[in-house]
Design a protein around this ligand. Structure first.
Ligand code: GLN
Length: 551
């Protein structure tokens, strides 16, 4: 259905941050796809960092990684999870990237004779970037999410570029205002803040055509009419964006309000028959599944719920595929470092344990104890990046008898550096975008649990590809010793030089140097997560059987 030139939809946040612009943008993308249109998202972030790679997950949430190695905002994960398509670096615009480009151009003499200004130079750069995404991705729609809130100094020049572009594109561009409608007391909805926010947007020369209202309560007729009248939009263009049990429900909830009919109508396009059936079936499985498992995640940044959002979502996808609800506890395994609490006390109630990615020393010894507990008690274990490295350390110390084995990230004097930094990484001094990043291929060994997991999800085995973000690797010089002790290396890079996956012989314990959670989508869950959930269910059944026997 590709049109010659794409159409543009801009999502602006108003009033406050944290209203779920990323989820709204992703849902719009999913709805458009279900109507047979292709869509490509762009996120603009005003900060002057070139990318998110150097940001602390405690402050900014997870760093998401794309196939091409771009380190970006976690909203990109939401886009990919909803729209089931891989994005690239052109989809992410940051203030830092933008100014870096302009300054490089200026130094190269690109603006000779001119003073370089926000208008027109920065705004022109923005417009041509956005148009490039449309043409390069051959999309029917480009969805532009403006980070932050209207009124922020940081995104003001970007919004100005959008105003200019709207004049140039005419009815091929449309703005959506996301807002929050407060309820002072139950049933007492207040729309005045939304009206003021709308006035701020119109004072910038932009007229939103659709208003999307977050709130604890559904909009009543009165509130809808007020928003329509004062914000100059049709009554049918005021949408409810309610609190939902699962974010994946939003496309369905919007479609119930005839969202695509209105949206496409504004562009003079006819709505095609809808196809959200497969999606709806998965959403019902999330909301009303047959089984339930309890999983512990032992992460360093568990204080911030957004720090491991892809791990959490990958579990939700894998659980839905297994008709299961997953109850996640963020467990602080650092407690295990003081000997007064036993792993079984802290972890005994869980059907499976995950150690996700992380950097630095803190809490590592507790995680190693938790991993040992899983191996000895055959509790399903999934190790993601750091989780795989520590699984190797644990095996080296406790089975292969390499006393004080460690990763050189934690102890650079260890006698057995089973995890170390690769020689080519040792030369690197800069911190930004210098890790092993992006998609890397891995060849899986037949007959292993990792192979089985990918094969049963119909991935083309043995060569698979997952995304990475790390500096340290398994030390090839100690691989032989570990294998002799029974540790299985189930995946390697195609040239055989880098270990990518490891596993135990008994039970279900798999570690991967990659972050498979970054490619998990509701419609195509990550195979290792599916394998892990299956193993949790199996162990739960066995445990129940054994307990039944005892009684
Ligand atoms: N700190 C480890 C490394 O750099 C693991 C990183 C991660 O878990 N993403 O290799």
């Amino acid at each position: 259905m590709a049109e010659k030139s794409p159409r543009y939809i801009v999502v602006l946040g108003s009033l406050m941050s944290g209203l779920g612009k990323g989820i709204v943008t992703s849902s719009i993308g999913r709805i458009l796809q279900s109507k047979g249109y292709s869509a490509s998202p762009i996120k603009f972030d005003g900060y002057l960092n070139v990318d998110c790679g150097t940001m602390n997950p405690l402050r900014h949430g997870e760093v998401f990684v794309l196939d091409d190695g771009t380190e970006c905002d976690m909203d990109f994960g939401t886009y990919e999870r909803f729209m089931s398509k891989p994005l690239t670096k052109i989809n992410s615009i940051t203030g830092g990237k933008l100014f870096q480009r302009i300054i490089q151009k200026e130094r190269a003499g690109g603006y000779l004779g001119r003073d370089v200004q926000i208008v027109p130079h920065v705004t022109d750069e923005i417009k041509s970037w956005i148009r490039l995404v449309g043409t390069e991705t051959k999309s029917d729609f480009v969805l532009i999410e403006v980070g932050g809130t209207v009124g922020d100094l940081e995104n003001s020049y970007f919004i100005e570029a959008m105003r200019q572009m709207a004049r140039e594109e005419g009815d091929k561009m449309l703005f959506i205002q996301l807002t929050y409608v407060t309820a002072l007391s139950p049933g007492e909805l207040k729309t005045k803040p939304t009206q003021h926010a709308n006035r701020l947007i119109t004072s910038m020369g932009i007229q939103p055509k659709i208003i999307m209202c977050r709130g604890d309560e559904s909009l009543d007729k009165d509130a809808r009419e007020k928003i329509s009248l004062f914000c100059n939009v049709s009554l049918e263009d005021v949408f409810d964006d309610p609190k939902l049990e699962t974010i994946y429900e939003l496309p369905i909830v919007l479609e119930k309000q005839k969202f695509s009919e209105r949206l496409l109508g504004h562009f003079g396009l006819k709505p095609e028959p809808e196809d959200l059936k497969g999606w709806s079936a998965l959403v019902s499985r999330i909301k009303d599944p047959k089984n339930e498992i309890k999983v512990a995640i032992s992460g360093k940044y568990t204080a911030v719920k957004d720090a491991y959002v892809s791990v959490k979502e990958a579990l939700v996808h894998a659980a839905a595929a297994n008709n299961t609800r997953v109850h996640i506890d963020w467990v602080d395994t650092e407690k295990l470092e003081k000997d007064d609490i036993k792993p079984s006390e802290l972890l005994g109630q869980y059907d499976g344990i995950i150690v996700p990615g992380g950097f630095g020393n803190r809490g590592v010894e507790g995680k190693i104890k938790a991993i040992r507990y899983c191996r000895e008690k055959e509790v399903p274990y999934l190790g993601l990046c750091l989780g795989m490295q520590l699984m190797t350390v644990e095996y080296a110390r406790n089975v292969a008898k390499m006393e004080n084995a460690n990763s050189t990230e934690m102890d650079d004097k260890t006698p057995f550096p089973v995890i170390h930094i690769m020689p080519e990484q040792l030369k690197v001094r800069e911190k930004g975008a210098t890790m092993r990043l992006g998609a890397w291929e891995c060849v899986l060994k037949k007959g292993t649990k990792a192979f089985e997991a990918y094969e049963s999800e119909k991935f083309s085995t043995p060569k698979i590809s997952e995304r990475h973000r790390h500096r340290y690797e398994v030390n090839n010089e100690l691989v032989g010793k570990l294998e002799e002790a029974g540790f299985i290396f189930s995946g390697r890079s195609p040239d055989g030089q880098i270990v990518e996956m490891a596993e135990w012989q008994s039970g279900w314990g798999v570690g991967t140097q990659a972050h498979p959670e970054l490619k998990s989508r509701l419609e195509t869950p990550a195979p290792l997560f599916v394998g892990f959930v299956k193993a949790c269910l199996k162990r739960q059944k066995e445990k129940e059987k054994n307990e039944g026997k005892k009684e």
